[in-house]
Design a binder for this molecule. Structure first.
Ligand code: F6P
Length: 457
């Protein structure tokens, strides 16, 4: 191939620029021009097809810094309607006019769905990213285990009839996605900071983390040593939960609970009662921590806290915090930079070999460590063509202790063992309190990138 395009779609992650960087460096090696399409599929449907040349003369533009979070080419949650043939054809015609021979999409499951109809017009490859770590499979047969069940409102009328008691770590398809490690890094630090205030003021902190239906971020929060972790994959058992909270509070006069935003009880999801959706049709999650706080206030009651004069009432003893968008912003840590770049490079390599509608994957085995590979996107789909978010397999979670299981701890080890580089610590030391920050305004890459944007005539 002589010229390809690349875009970043869906919610941003800290590793997007690193993935772009890896892709462009690989393209430089192969003598391929890379055009960055602005604002994901949103730019693609624009008649002017705004784009930026990311490697003029096969050298990467200086704005593309793998250490910087976000994406210099912008992202959006706009997707192309697979049934809108007219729109698909006009996109294909614009791409042909720019002499684009193939497309790389950096994204998650929504992006694969957006990419698939385009793959009928030109070769497309996905480079994975998502802080939720939900793009992949616990084992290769997993998609075939989904059944239709109209009573399962959580999974939109599907239910996973899992056949496996345990997973073997070496068979996980796409072991971890770029962005996840940095999200866990931020969450673990937040827990440490919230812990000391809960501890000092004898309070119960409920910390809500992102991840939608998948509990990977919540489970990874274990590195911050919360007392309890609640994941969406395991329905809340209130008597067990309340009894553990009492036990902890009695002993240490405070407790820290991490809750994944998609956590559910027997009536459904705790949060997201509004059912509002983003442009990709994803339900927006909100309110799980608040709802759990209300339940604890009611169940524990004021008298419980008045005993020993720990608090005037339950309401003042229990507080909630959302880690929010800091989880997916800012500088990526070494693990995400390195493997984001590797996956970007791999995506170019397989696109150049015309492995259409494939995704680059990051796999792990005891013997080989992390290696990149690729997979047909259809392998992620169930028999009805749906890609389900990868869930934390129950063997990775200890329901009695509300913590990762032994296997869960083993799962984390290869990701986090060397996830932070010396240069990450150095960057904090030299950049955060730099006197220059007080005199110079933040220099947005958007300003420089705007000067590079070109349009179709
Ligand atoms: O999928 C990534 C994610 O960060 C989820 O964890 C979260 O639910 C959602 O996106 C938040 O979306 P938005 O940026 O639209 O608020």
């Amino acid at each position: 191939m002589k010229r390809i395009a690349i875009l970043t779609a869906g919610g941003d992650t800290p590793a997007l620029n690193a993935t772009l960087f890896g892709a462009v460096q690989q393209a430089n090696e192969l003598g391929i021009e890379v055009y960055g399409l602005i604002k994901g599929f949103g730019g693609m449907v624009s008649p002017k097809l705004p784009h930026v040349r990311l490697n003029p003369l096969f050298s990467t533009i200086p704005e593309l810094d793998p250490c910087q979070g976000g994406t210099i080419i912008g992202a959006s949650r706009t997707y192309i309607d697979a049934n809108d043939k007219e729109q698909l054809e006009s996109v294909a015609a614009r791409m042909a006019k720019l002499k684009i021979e193939g497309l790389i999409c950096i994204g998650g499951d929504g992006t694969i769905n957006g990419m698939q109809p385009l793959s009928e017009y030109f070769p497309c490859v996905l480079a994975p990213k998502t802080i939720d770590n939900d793009l992949g499979l616990n084992y290769i047969d997993e998609p075939n285990e989904w059944v239709k069940d109209k009573n399962d409102s959580i999974h939109d009328g599907y239910r996973h009839a899992s056949t496996r008691d345990e997973v073997s770590l070496g068979e996980i398809v796409n072991y971890v996605t770029p962005g996840y490690a940095t999200a866990v890094f931020v969450v673990a630090q937040s827990i440490e900071r919230i812990r000391t205030t809960a501890e000092s003021h004898r309070r119960i902190a409920i910390i809500e983390v992102m991840g939608r239906d998948s509990g990977y971020i919540a489970l990874g929060a274990a590195y911050g040593q919360p007392d309890m972790i609640l994941i969406p994959e395991v329905e809340l058992d209130y008597p067990k939960l309340i009894s553990r909270v009492r036990e902890l509070y009695d002993m240490q006069k405070h407790a820290v609970i991490v809750i994944g935003e998609g956590v559910q009880d027997s009536e459904g999801q705790l949060g997201a009662k509004s059912k509002s959706v983003d442009p990709a049709g994803n339900v927006l999650f909100s309110g799980a921590a608040e709802r759990l706080g209300e339940i604890l206030i009611e169940e524990l009651g004021d008298d419980y806290f008045r005993t020993n004069q720990r608090h005037d009432d339950a309401k003042s003893a229990i507080f909630t915090r959302k880690v929010g968008h800091t989880q997916r912003g800012g500088r990526p840590i070494l693990f995400d930079r390195f493997y984001g770049a590797q996956l970007g490079g791999k995506a170019v390599e397989i696109l150049d070999r015309e492995q259409n509608n494939h995704l680059a994957t990051l796999n792990w085995t005891e013997d080989s460590g992390f290696t990149t590979g690729h997979l047909s996107a259809n392998k992620l789909r169930d028999q009805w063509g749906v890609i389900h978010a990868r869930e934390v397999h129950h063997s990775l979670y200890n329901e009695q202790r509300f913590q990762p299981s032994e296997l869960g701890r083993q799962y984390f080890a290869p990701i986090f063992r060397n996830a932070i580089g010396h240069e990450d610590m150095e960057a904090i030391k030299s950049n955060l309190f730099s006197p220059g920050n007080l005199v110079t305004r933040y220099q947005s890459f958007n300003v420089e990138m705007q000067k590079r944007i070109q349009y179709l005539d």
